[in-house]
Design a protein around this ligand. Structure first.
Ligand SMILES: Cc1cc2nc3c(=O)[nH]c(=O)nc-3n(C[C@H](O)[C@H](O)[C@H](O)COP(=O)(O)OP(=O)(O)OC[C@H]3O[C@@H](n4cnc5c(N)ncnc54)[C@H](O)[C@@H]3O)c2cc1C
Length: 419
């Protein structure tokens, strides 16, 4: 069946961009040959391979050459992200009638994995933006979808997801930001912590309390930048994820129209968690891209670095380590793709499998990147080498979108409740 809409655009661009693709991926600004046993194209349809190539080439040409600079100078690469949006990456799993690409969760994972080889931090922000756009597309009414989604899909406007508060992180349902109904507005008071994009973005998807304690008292409001009473904290200084700002988002008698509420009152926590199921696959996919890149960087270093009179690649300990890294990368990818399919098919195990994928892939991929750094010796610790940035950027994936301890809670709760 011929592809239509944004997908057709992706495929057309792919055939132009990829004419000289030559089975090479560009990682950390250097050309790298694919190792077939870890090739992320295995098992994909021809169409998926097409947009995977587009994403890899975008990562190679538009992101990798800048990833160190964006990190060190803390640049939020707005124009690069808008270029990515022209390829359909601003609303990958948003419906086409409001500007999205209408692709599947698996397609999305493939794209984020490829983009991350060029810059994890930027891709991770794009993934959060996609999650917000999907939440508005899925839970918004016609007016809200038409008002917000087209500008988000083109990345003319950027979005942030606001759940965490200073006093509620893992126990997100205890959030305190209040939204009191007054005529046709909610009056918001409270603050959100660690908000990705905060201060630089335009659309804030905010979970707030309109009712009693617990998850059923939470609603979801879309707050637009410029609304009086919407303020921001200082830009946080971080270990990684430096190409995107992180700030507190503060509400002081911030009046938000009732017409900006997504879904019904009390539905906000469900909306937040539904968003995060996909968010967890996306963030795990970003870890896959970093690990893939790091395995290739480590391999190439072992092939050229000589110690004790021979290249490190002749050392069996390091050979075995490299083999383990490759094996864990492929195992992580299989689990992430299985989770993406489970979510797409709305399977009953989807929440648990998404949690397993996030837990396993973000832990294993961090270890892979860290091991790759170790294989570089002292050079791996220098900012001239991309591997240290992959390590720093993926570390936080074990913490956010639900910590990996919270993932264990979700999985074990499911196991124990079905005994
Ligand atoms: C760079 C960055 C970007 C972020 N972006 C966003 C964003 O865009 N939007 C947003 O809403 N949030 C965001 N967050 C927040 C993130 O989701 C939270 O930091 C995370 O959920 C953990 O919450 P916490 O930091 O309050 O840790 P806490 O909940 O205080 O946890 C501290 C530690 O205790 C563990 N722990 C807690 N309870 C238990 C338990 N019952 N059993 C076992 N272990 C437990 C945790 O796993 C963790 O290891 C971001 C965070 C960072 C660092």
């Amino acid at each position: 069946m011929a592809a239509t809409g944004p997908l057709a655009r992706i495929c057309r661009l792919s055939s132009i961009i990829c004419r000289n693709h030559c089975l090479k991926y560009n990682i950390g600004g250097q050309r790298r040959g694919i190792a077939s046993c870890i090739d992320p194209a295995h098992g994909l349809t021809d169409e998926q391979k097409e947009f995977q190539k587009v994403a890899f080439d975008f990562a190679a040409n538009e992101m990798a050459p800048h990833m160190a600079e964006w990190d060190q100078q803390e640049i939020f690469p707005v124009e690069t992200m808008r270029k990515a949006a022209q390829l359909g990456f601003g609303g990958i799993y948003v419906h086409p009638d409001v500007g999205g690409s209408g692709l599947s969760r698996l397609d999305t994972s493939v794209i984020f994995e490829a983009l991350s080889t060029g810059c994890v931090s930027t891709t991770a922000y794009v993934s959060i933006h996609n999650m917000c756009a999907w939440m508005i597309d899925t839970f918004g009414n016609t007016e809200q979808r038409e008002r917000f989604c087209p500008d988000l899909c083109s990345m003319e406007k950027f979005a942030s997801y606001c759940l965490t508060e200073p006093g509620s992180g893992s126990d997100a349902a205890s959030l305190l930001t209040s939204a009191q109904l007054k005529d046709d507005h909610y009056i918001l008071n409270g603050s959100k912590a660690f908000i990705s994009g905060g201060g630089d973005t335009d659309v804030y998807v905010v979970m707030c309390r309109t009712g009693g304690k617990g998850p059923k008292g939470i609603s979801c409001l879309v707050v637009e930048k410029g609304t009086p009473g919407l303020n921001f904290g200082k830009k946080e200084r971080k270990v990684g994820w430096n190409s995107q700002p992180t700030r507190a988002v503060i509400f002081e008698d911030c009046a938000v129209p009732v017409s900006n509420r997504l879904g019904e009152e009390g539905q906000g926590f469900t909306i937040a968690m539904r968003g995060l199921n996909g968010g967890r696959i996306n963030i795990a996919s970003c870890s896959l891209g970093a690990a893939h890149a790091s395995v290739l960087l480590a391999r190439d270093h072992l092939l050229v670095r000589k110690q004790f009179g021979e290249t490190l690649s002749n050392n069996q300990f390091l050979q075995f380590k490299l083999a383990e890294m490759a094996t864990k990368l492929v195992a992580s990818r299989l689990l992430v793709r299985e989770a993406a399919s489970a979510l797409q098919e709305n399977r009953s195990d989807a929440v648990s499998i998404c949690s397993m994928a996030k837990l396993f892939a973000t832990d294993e991929c961090f270890n892979i990147c860290n091991q790759a750094l170790q294989m570089h010796g002292g050079y791996g610790y220098l900012k001239d080498y991309a591997v240290q940035q992959f390590v720093r950027d993926v570390r936080v994936h074990q913490i956010l979108e639900g910590t990996n301890e919270v993932m264990r809670m979700i999985i074990s709760r499911n196991l124990l409740s079905e005994s």
